[in-house]
Design a protein around this ligand. Structure first.
Ligand code: HEC
Length: 107
């Protein structure tokens, strides 16, 4: 019961945050904000400006390409233990949010 109640509350809060109870998809602004929030896990290595030695820049990528690369790491199609670990923790929406955020950086 408590679980159900708190879950309903969560859904309600999420709906209010999304500014709409009818639409399950986050808007571009919401994705950007989520991406900004999640990006803290990435920018320790990937710099928002300039380049860190040995770490490829990930700003200014088209959203589709960015998501494809992240999915490739997550599914193990692209081989890199570290990035695979990072990608496995992300949902599809997280990846899209990160893509939206990083596309707008460094331009
Ligand atoms: C501990 C350091 C580290 C962290 C944290 C990290 N990355 Fe990476 N990332 C790397 C390295 C190193 C590579 C190059 C991997 C390779 O050669 O395939 C890479 C590659 C990538 C690539 C492909 C770049 C290219 O040019 O092919 C993307 C996209 C990417 N990371 C996104 C992210 C995102 C998004 C996050 C946060 C959720 C993140 N990374 C967190 C180190 C990191």
């Amino acid at each position: 019961m408590g679980y159900r109640g708190s879950r309903a509350a969560l859904v309600l809060v999420a709906g209010l945050l999304a500014g709409s109870l009818s639409c399950g998809h986050a808007s571009a602004d919401e994705l950007y904000e989520l991406g900004e929030y999640l990006s803290g896990d990435c920018t320790a290595c990937h710099q928002l400006e300039g380049r860190a030695p040995g770490i490829p820049p990930i700003t200014g990528w088209p959203v589709e390409a960015f998501v494809m690369v992240m999915v490739a790491y997550k599914e193990g199609e692209r081989d890199h233990a570290l990035m695979q670990n990072v990608a496995r923790r992300l949902s599809d929406e997280d990846m899209k949010a990160l893509a939206v955020f990083f596309e707008k950086q460094g331009q």
